[in-house]
Design a protein around this ligand. Structure first.
Ligand SMILES: C[S@@+](CC[C@H](N)C(=O)[O-])C[C@H]1O[C@@H](n2cnc3c(N)ncnc32)[C@H](O)[C@@H]1O
Length: 281
């Protein structure tokens, strides 16, 4: 045995590591054993973190992780679309009017969604960010014409993220314009809702002020349950009929679009009000 292993050692020294591996493969082939399955190379660089939005956010230096804690929530709500050929539009590319600055989050989305087209819209020219699968538009989110124009250039909208001016009137105009254009099953996100409470940012100290973005978003939660309203004259709004999920986080709200028509048990439960023993819906 000792002589055999000394001989092996000598051959290995003579033929080198590569030659030794070849010899072993050849010996296995002669013995009729299965060829070893080559292990896929472990991903390196960005590929190694492309499944993890928190790491991608840090890598590309968007404040969606760090200053804010949004990436973890996006991971949960967008994971199911990861390999789909989606169109994602983000309002607010970043960098404001600083030359050559911005695009961090668009690059993060591009690496998280390998088959997606990523679009950005900003009031400033951010065309230097454009590259394969990333395209930017100049547009003001307070202007309905700009929003509709960008949406029609893109086609189907699967995901919309509002990370633009954060001014409540702008957030409302953008939502009222783009939400109806989002596809069924799509996701709409509003970031930095803290600005809703700041008068300096066109928000309000009055948490019930109906003009703020948070008031508008909170109203949508009642709409989820419009089928339970007992006012027989109530006409459901577009959002009542098309919002199926609302998720509130610190400074971030995520809205799921879909057909909201699960029905109600109110006629069976409220017998005195409806007086028909629940036979009528
Ligand atoms: C917070 S930054 C976006 C950061 C970027 N989404 C990220 O996560 O890396 C906000 C951007 O919104 C843009 N913006 C401000 N007002 C806007 C408006 N009315 N319409 C469109 N974009 C606007 C600014 O120029 C700025 O680049």
């Amino acid at each position: 045995m000792a002589t055999q292993s000394a001989a092996k050692k000598m051959v290995r020294t003579i033929v080198g590591e590569e030659g030794w591996k070849r010899l072993r493969r050849y010996r296995r082939k002669l013995a009729g054993g299965p060829a070893p399955v080559p292990r896929p190379a472990a991903p390196t660089g960005i590929a190694a973190i492309s499944h993890d939005l928190c790491k991608l956010a840090q890598h590309f230096r968007t404040d969606k992780w760090g200053a804010h804690r949004y990436a973890q929530h996006y991971q949960r709500h967008l994971q199911h679309l990861k390999n789909d050929p989606i169109n994602l539009l983000e309002i607010g590319v970043g960098g404001y009017s600083r030359a050559g600055q911005g695009g961090a989050s668009l690059r993060m989305w591009k690496h998280f969604f390998p088959n997606a087209q990523i679009y950005g819209m900003d009031i400033q020219d951010k065309s230097f960010v454009d590259e394969d699968r990333i395209r930017t538009f100049i547009g003001d989110q307070s202007d309905v014409g700009s929003l509709v124009g960008v949406a029609s250039e893109i086609g189907t909208l699967d995901v919309v993220i509002d990370d633009g001016s954060h001014r409540s009137p702008h957030v409302l105009t953008t939502f009222e314009t783009l939400f109806p254009l989002l596809r069924d099953g799509g996701i709409y996100a509003v970031e930095d809702t803290q600005a809703s409470y700041w008068p300096e940012w066109q928000g309000s100290e009055d948490r019930d002020d109906p003009r703020t973005s948070m008031s508008m978003l909170k109203r949508l939660t009642d709409g989820l349950n419009y089928e339970e309203f007992v006012d027989e004259d109530y006409e459901p709004s577009y959002t009542d009929l098309n919002v199926v999920g609302m998720h509130f986080y610190h400074n971030l709200v995520i809205i799921e679009k879909g057909k909201n028509a699960e029905g109600t048990n109110k006629r069976r439960v409220l017998k005195e009000r409806y007086g028909d023993g629940g036979t009528r819906r």
